[in-house]
Design a protein around this ligand. Structure first.
Ligand code: ZN
Length: 342
């Protein structure tokens, strides 16, 4: 009995102490939030992001008012990526976590949800900008699996919406810099418009805008810009396709007289080179959907550099010319200091 009572007493004291220290924490963070909203030592926001194109757009909008840290290393398969337990630390400190959503990064989303701090916010950018009625299900993302094609960012019209959503979320977390984020999003959107205009002007030179890719990353882009995706070689389990599927693709490439078929940096494929040999189509294996060109800090290492490279590669591969894209300025308005895990 005595010992039980003593234990209860100890717990009561411990609880009181805990309450005191929680109150101290709360008032400290309250006074901090009056002047500086972020969790960084210098009061800036800490922003966590997932894939590199999203990191690049978030960094363009955040400028020098936030530390932006990516989670998915470049060159890994973002669709099957499982974050390491250390990522939980970043997620527990972040003021805002931006993920693409549309079920691209479910394991990272789960980890964010169980670690996000009080007052922190998880924003599914793609899910916010795409109404469910516009979801595209296709070769690698069949409807019966309930996972729509998540690659909205390969279409500049959606990338602009990403920037707008990101600016809104940052403004909410850090109201005194709202105008700064809005201005940066406007600058990003102007560059995305220039990319859109260059693409529309150059793609006119392509005799037939037909795409056979390994990784199915251009569904929304194709719809917006009038391209036809005749197939994606990669099945939904990210392994090689069945022989009868390869035979079907070979027939289609021959029927459509496709001069070049496109592989992906992240998913090397011997199947595509086989299809190339069987059809006479050239196999171009350097398209990228979330692995940025160049090195962090270089202008090409950006969403804009990524998309320009892909469009140039597609247009030239299919017999067109890309003078407008070649001339496009890709220097960012603010230096990109985001962290890109490699
Ligand atoms: Zn992808």
């Amino acid at each position: 009995m005595t010992s039980t009572r003593r234990t209860a007493g100890t717990i009561a004291v411990a609880l009181t102490l805990a309450t005191v220290s929680l109150t101290a924490c709360a008032s400290q963070s309250q006074s901090q939030s009056q002047s500086q909203p972020g969790s960084q030592a210098d009061g800036r926001l800490l922003v966590a992001t997932t894939v590199a194109p999203l990191t690049s757009i978030a960094s363009a909008v955040a400028g020098n008012k936030a530390r932006v840290e990516g989670i998915v290393p470049e060159g890994t398969n973002s669709h099957t990526f499982e974050p390491s337990p250390q990522v939980a630390q970043l997620l527990s400190k972040a003021d805002v976590v931006f993920i693409n959503g549309l079920k691209l990064e479910d394991p990272t989303k789960d980890l964010a949800e169980s670690n996000i701090k009080d007052g922190g916010r998880i924003v599914e950018v793609g899910t916010e900008v795409l109404p469910e009625s516009d979801y595209i299900y296709d070769f690698s993302f069949p409807e019966k699996d309930g996972k729509p094609n998540p690659h909205l960012w390969t279409d500049p019209t959606y990338a602009k919406k990403y920037a707008t959503v990101i600016a809104g979320a940052l403004a909410k977390a850090d109201p005194k810099n709202a105008a700064y984020y809005k201005k940066n999003a406007a600058a990003f959107n102007k560059q995305a418009d220039a990319l859109d205009a260059a693409l529309r002007s150059d793609q006119v030179s392509v005799p037939r805008r037909v795409l056979l890719t390994y990784h199915d990353a251009y569904a929304y882009f194709a719809k917006t810009y009038g391209w036809k995706v005749i197939g994606a070689v990669q099945p939904k389990n990210f392994e090689d396709p069945a022989p009868q599927e390869i035979a079907r693709i070979i027939d289609e490439v021959k029927a459509e007289k496709v001069p070049t078929i496109f592989g992906s940096e992240v998913f090397p494929s011997s199947v595509l080179s086989e299809i190339g040999k069987a059809t006479g189509a050239r196999y171009e294996d350097s398209l990228r959907d979330d692995d940025l060109p160049g090195k962090p800090g270089e202008a090409v290492h950006s969403w804009l550099g990524l998309m320009r490279y892909d469009y140039q590669t597609m247009i030239k591969g299919l017999g067109g010319k890309s003078p407008a894209l070649d001339k496009l300025t890709i220097t960012p308005a603010n230096p990109d200091e985001a962290v890109y895990p490699q």
